[in-house]
Design a binder for this molecule. Structure first.
Ligand code: NDP
Length: 521
């Protein structure tokens, strides 16, 4: 376990497991069996270090087999949400005085324990949110990366920050925490985003209430248990699962909440932003909102692209984790000169995608997360069939789990609904562009601006895209998904969020404020 902070190694991303190695595969099978053995376990709220069971429960089900209950968490009432905020406010008084080194050491300890339990966390994501083995491992690896990266970032921020010297004064500027934060993550990177958002807030000296997504509350409960195990002081992270529509507004509008760290849909993000802007009686600050929201991400395939590489990039970006990544490719904008070739090859590539239970490693796509996602994606497919030409997919697979075929809809108008609205499922719209200029215009025609990718062999097009492709994360000749902590600080423009960059050197600043101190000498 890492204890000596002054000799800490430079940050390095975790290596993703190779499940073709029989030893790794065997460990994963054993972990899946072990997590199954824990099905139906109950997880309490944790407020001020106290475990509280409530009568009302949130059931987290296996989307591949909804009869299976992965676990149940207690469900916080409004009163309990208030108690959690009060507990966080009390804990803040001492936590804010701990050293950055001490706070960082908790993150490093947490990273080390998750590393030791990697297969179990992987298996939980397979069963709780329907990730395939590599997708689950990518999520857990990213969670470890966030803990390691933000720990080191806090140590960096704790160094002196040079200010311009003035005769007769001793001047300094220090970063101090904000206060009590509400951490509201989504289910799609159920480990990485949940842990990353929580870790960033607390390592900066804040205390939080963590309201997990109702679809992935068990992995959050495991993390909260682990924080207890490493001795994180009580009240620093208070765990209050509960329906967003029941306790969300109360948390966001509470006068003791200083900031909200949210990742999720545009609709909920905008609602939170609006509510947080209104000062409440007794509130002494303007709340800070860090909101990471939806996307409608495009891959442009120029006439001079390597078409095979582009087909591969679109297929994995569109259908990895069933298209349920904010960075997923949901529009391929293809130059008309290679349009037919691209489409033929994409159809052939997609036909090779196996859909089924993600506990079986031969499947590339698992289920979508829940029944309402299945319904809403299916409705979009019906809209898409009218707005374009169904090339492949479009159907539900089986009757039990929430499985859908990978779906390609071609000849879609740039203004069509399936070209403009976030579907968040395995559906990609193919749009024909007259030329590169046209493709660039189409790529920028949504209200979002999260990720984008361009396949081309032309340096001029790369130069133009660097200037004009208005997305927070731009890629060339590679997929639009798979951002790595530290290497690709992540976050989008416009309705994709508040322009923050998770896993980047500016991120911790969002959870701190600078204090300038001057002394006459
Ligand atoms: P939602 O917006 O449905 O939910 C996100 C979180 O908000 C959940 O914890 C949810 O709780 C909570 N919530 C719901 N209503 C309220 C409310 N009124 N007040 C406070 N909290 C509330 O998003 P999903 O979980 O479905 O996640 C998918 C979305 O996240 C997609 O749009 C995707 O693009 C986006 N996303 C963006 C990323 C980025 O970096 N830009 C990264 C990952 C995802 P509950 O579950 O109880 O409803």
């Amino acid at each position: 376990m890492t204890t000596t902070l002054d000799r800490i190694a430079p940050f390095k991303n975790e290596v993703i497991k190779n499940f073709t190695d029989p030893a790794d595969a065997a460990q994963m099978q054993a972990a899946i069996a072990a997590v199954r053995n824990r099905f139906n376990e109950h997880y309490p709220l944790v407020i001020d270090g106290q475990k509280i069971e409530t009568e009302k429960k949130i059931r987290s089900i296996n989307p591949a087999n909804p009869d299976e209950v992965v676990g149940l968490t207690s469900s916080a009432s409004k009163e309990q949400a208030q108690e959690a905020i009060a507990a966080a406010a009390r804990a803040f008084e001492s936590w804010k005085k701990t050293t950055p080194q001490e706070r960082a050491s908790y993150l490093f300890k947490a990273a080390e324990l998750i590393r030791q339990r990697r297969y179990h966390y992987d298996a939980l994501l397979v069963l709780e949110v329907g990730k395939t083995w590599p997708e689950a491992d990518g999520d857990v690896a990213e969670a470890i990366d966030f803990l390691e990266y933000y720990g080191r970032e806090m140590l960096r921020y704790a160094q002196p920050h040079p200010v311009v010297p003035i005769d007769g004064e001793q001047n300094e500027m220090v970063y101090i925490p904000l206060g009590v934060g509400a951490v509201i993550p989504p289910w799609n990177f159920a480990a990485a985003i949940m842990m990353g958002m929580t870790a960033a807030a607390i390592v900066a000296g804040n205390t939080v209430v963590l309201k997990p997504s109702s679809d992935s509350a068990i992995v959050a409960a495991w993390f909260v248990d682990l924080l207890h195990e490493i001795g994180l002081p009580k009240g620093v992270v208070n765990f209050i699962p509960g329906s967003g529509s029941v306790i969300g507004d109360l948390i966001v509008s509470h006068p003791q909440i200083r900031f909200i760290s949210f990742t999720g849909s545009k609709e909920v993000g905008l609602h939170i932003n609006e509510l947080a802007a209104k000062p409440q009686p007794g509130q002494k600050w303007i709340k800070r909102v860090v909101a990471e929201m939806g996307g409608k991400d495009s891959i442009i395939v120029a006439a001079d692209a390597d078409v095979d590489a582009a087909v591969e990039g679109v297929a994995v970006s569109a259908f990895g984790f069933q298209g349920q990544k904010c960075s997923a490719c949901s529009r391929a904008i293809v130059d008309e000169k290679i349009y037919d070739e691209f489409l033929d090859k994409l159809k052939t590539r997609v036909a090779k995608i196996a859909v089924g239970d993600p506990t079986d490693p031969k499947n590339y796509m698992g289920p979508v997360v829940n029944e309402s996602a299945l319904k809403s994606i299916s409705e979009y497919i019906e809209v898409g069939k009218k707005e374009g030409r169904l090339v492949t997919g479009g159907n539900r697979v089986g009757e039990k789990g929430f499985f859908l075929e990978p779906t390609v809809i071609a000849d879609v108008d740039p203004q069509a609904r399936i070209s403009q609205e976030e579907i968040f499922g395995p559906v990609v719209a193919i749009i024909k562009a007259k030329d590169f200029n046209d493709a660039m215009e189409i790529a920028n025609n949504t209200e979002f601006g999260l990720t984008g990718s361009l396949y081309t062999s032309d340096e001029q097009k790369i130069k133009r895209a660097k200037e004009d492709f208005f997305v927070g994360n731009l890629y060339f000749n590679r997929k639009s998904t798979g951002a790595m902590v530290g290497a690709h600080p992540f976050g989008g423009f416009n309705m994709s969020g508040t322009d923050s960059k998770a896993g980047g050197p500016d991120y911790l600043l969002l959870f701190m404020q600078a204090k300038s101190i001057s002394r006459k000498v």
